[in-house]
Design a protein around this ligand. Structure first.
Ligand SMILES: Nc1ncnc2c1ncn2[C@@H]1O[C@H](COP(=O)(O)OP(=O)(O)OP(=O)(O)O)[C@@H](O)[C@H]1O
Ligand SMILES: [Mg+2]
Length: 620
């Protein structure tokens, strides 16, 4: 058994691995895991069984007809039987062709169905995983597994079983015919048969390793391409095209070397195999001629013996090579299995319940949080309480943990310590789906889909009517610019909304949050991408949105912050100040200092943390 090979392939492709190798599995384990997915298609094996059984039988009969032709027509020079031999031959050929057509069509259908269902299953599984998985895995590699790796497994499960059966049957039929013709000769010629099997096996280790490397590299290739293209603007602005090409080429080179590694193994094994074949064939011819002269074999029998022998080698070799295609498929299967083994880090408990009506009381109690695989805490001992309908403003320098609080409240992660409660229920006791039904989020990055403006707004509530969509757009101060778009609400915004400006994207995201009409609102810098004037204009719609809902707003806009019921000042994951605007100003701490700085700058409405930094750039 091949154990885990830790060397990650070609040496001179330096740098960290973009895609880590998947944990290795033995073919038996893989079969055990994926065969159940083929369960709905097992009937196919039974249905194709007649094809698999009949096809080699027809081949045997066709070869046998050749013997009849030699012994009954050619040697006695008699034309009589020729017609029925010819007719049978044509008949058998037609039958064989029909079988091949039926069999390959069925195999394609079933293989396609299997891939379809496994791919959907994998996609559904990935949709169920928590955010940390998506923050950890390169996108291109995920797509590569979802597309080409899934397709590669098919040959393992269904066609693999079919082919094995077909090869075995062919061997049984042809070997049977050999023994029927001349058992001594048959025994002698089959002595070398096991070699056909051992030679490829000898190279299996290399081929297996190469297969894994190939799959891993194709994941890396997709990852580099995906990242490079989606960051095209940065690549071009910084003239990094050549570096990107290098990176891409490096991964391709790794893939190429893996290909060559398996090609070398295959190329070495092929001549060895044919050498055995030729030696064996010559030996049989020699002994056969002797038997012919002794009268123990007719000419037709000898010819047909050689013919069967020749046909026998191909399924034997096929069986040997099946090993290599199984390795290729299992390398793909390992990558799929790795994803299927991923469990969501945030899970519903069996006892989780859903809340029909939510008042919107939010409590954080001594919440600590550390991102997976990160040594230090992102949040330490965060405690606060927001009464229903009130607004909590989170302020603090970049990296203080504001967005992290928002993520915890939507339960993208569970806190590592302490508790978060909604209406006095611990979030972990609520059904995830139900919890998120009650929350509308506006993310720091306004994410939109490559769809129409209407669809993007309706994403917040799929059954929203057209009037509701327009109302939400108007409230988000987006109606005007949407109406001016070439196709109005039907304009397609491009992938990631690239055809819109940052502010326009943000207003669509606000409209999406508005239409959701949820009792809890999380706004992560709703005005950050807007110019001061639009930012100002959006304040009124935001106020309307926030009224009557429990809101957590992360903002650098002083007006918004000042109006909040409570202000929480965060620094390095800790709450350093907490209170109303008036409280905090009179307390004369960090917030008061910031506020005073803004006041000094007359019209300034944006809190500037850098001004408080160690090097004061702003003159008092
Ligand atoms: N997915 C993640 N994995 C690991 N660490 C993370 C992740 N997201 C954020 N962090 C870290 O957690 C800390 C808090 O990040 P957070 O996004 O909450 O900051 P923030 O206050 O929202 O900052 P900003 O104002 O810049 O948006 C940072 O040190 C950041 O590096
Ligand atoms: Mg943030």
């Amino acid at each position: 058994m091949t154990r885990r090979q830790t060397s990650h392939g070609p040496r001179h492709t330096s740098g960290p691995d973009i895609v880590e190798p998947a944990p290795p599995l033995s073919p038996r384990e893989i079969f055990k895991r994926f065969w159940p997915h083929a369960r709905p298609y097992r009937w196919f094996i039974w249905l194709t069984l007649p094809f698999i059984v009949l096809a080699p039988a027809i081949d045997t009969a066709r070869i046998w007809l050749f013997k009849v032709l030699v012994d009954e027509v050619l040697v006695p020079r008699e034309f009589g039987p020729f017609w029925w031999i010819a007719l049978s031959y044509v008949g058998l050929t037609l039958l064989a062709a029909a079988l091949v057509v039926g069999d390959s069509y069925l195999a394609k259908w079933v293989g396609g169905k299997f891939v379809l269902s496994l791919r959907t299953l994998l996609f559904r599984h990935l949709q169920g995983l928590s955010l940390d998985f998506f923050e950890r895995r390169p996108l291109g590699d995920m797509i590569s597994r979802l597309t080409s790796d899934v397709a590669a497994i098919e040959s393992f499960v269904l066609s693999g079983v079919g082919n094995t059966l077909a090869y075995v049957l062919r061997i049984v039929y042809f070997a049977g015919a050999l023994f029927y013709i001349q058992w001594v000769l048959a025994l002698m010629s089959l002595i070398v048969a096991p070699l056909f099997w051992f030679v490829p096996r000898h190279f299996a280790r290399v081929i297996r390793h190469a297969s894994r490397e190939k799959r891993r590299r194709s994941g890396s290739i997709s990852s580099v391409a995906e990242e490079s293209f989606s960051n095209a603007q940065v690549v071009q602005a910084y003239n990094r095209q050549d570096a990107e090409i290098d990176r891409f080429e490096r991964e391709n080179l790794g893939n190429f070397e893996a290909h060559m590694m398996s090609a070398r193994a295959k190329a070495l094994s092929a001549p060895l195999v044919s050498l055995f074949g030729v030696t064996c064939g010559l030996m049989v011819i020699g002994i056969g001629i002797w038997m012919l002269s002794e009268g123990r074999l007719t000419l037709g029998e000898l010819l047909v013996f050689l013919s069967f022998l020749g046909s026998l080698y191909s399924p034997i070799r096929g069986l040997g090579q099946l090993g290599t295609s199984i390795y290729a498929a299992s390398a793909a299967a390992e990558r799929i299995a790795e994803f299927l083994d991923e469990q969501p880090s945030v899970l519903d408990r069996p006892t989780s319940r859903s809340l029909k009506l939510v008042r919107g009381l939010i409590e954080f109690e001594n919440v600590c949080f550390r991102y997976p695989r990160v040594p230090q805490n992102a949040l330490t001992d965060v405690t606060f309480r927001v009464e229903p309908g009130e607004t909590l403003a989170l302020v603090g320098p970049s990296g203080a943990g504001k967005s992290t609080i928002a993520k915890l409240l939507s339960r993208f992660y569970d806190p590592t310590g302490g508790a978060i409660r909604l209406d006095s229920h611990d979030l972990r006791d609520l059904r995830l789906h139900a919890l998120r039904e009650h929350i509308a989020v506006l993310l720091q990055e306004a994410l939109v889909f490559d769809a129409t403006v209407r669809e993007n707004i309706a994403y917040g509530r799929p059954n929203a009517t057209d009037e509701e969509i327009v109302r939400a757009a108007k409230a988000a101060d987006a109606h005007e610019f949407i109406a001016a778009l070439p196709n109005g609400y039907e304009t397609v915004v491009g992938q990631k909304g690239r055809r819109l400006s940052g502010g326009q994207r943000q207003r669509i995201a606000i409209a999406r949050a508005m239409i959701r009409d949820a009792p809890i609102l999380i706004l992560d810098e709703p005005t950050s991408d807007l110019d001061p004037e639009s930012g100002h204009r959006i304040l009124e719609p935001l106020r309307r949105l926030m009224s009557g809902r429990t809101t957590i707003i992360i903002s650098h806009n002083l007006i918004t912050v000042r109006e909040a019921t409570t202000i929480l000042v965060l620094k390095e994951g800790r709450v350093i100040e907490q209170g109303t605007h008036v409280d905090l100003v009179t307390r004369d701490g960090t917030y008061a200092a910031l506020y005073r700085l803004c006041q000094d700058h007359d019209a300034a409405t944006t809190i500037s943390w850098s001004a408080l930094g160690p090097r004061r750039q702003v003159a008092p």
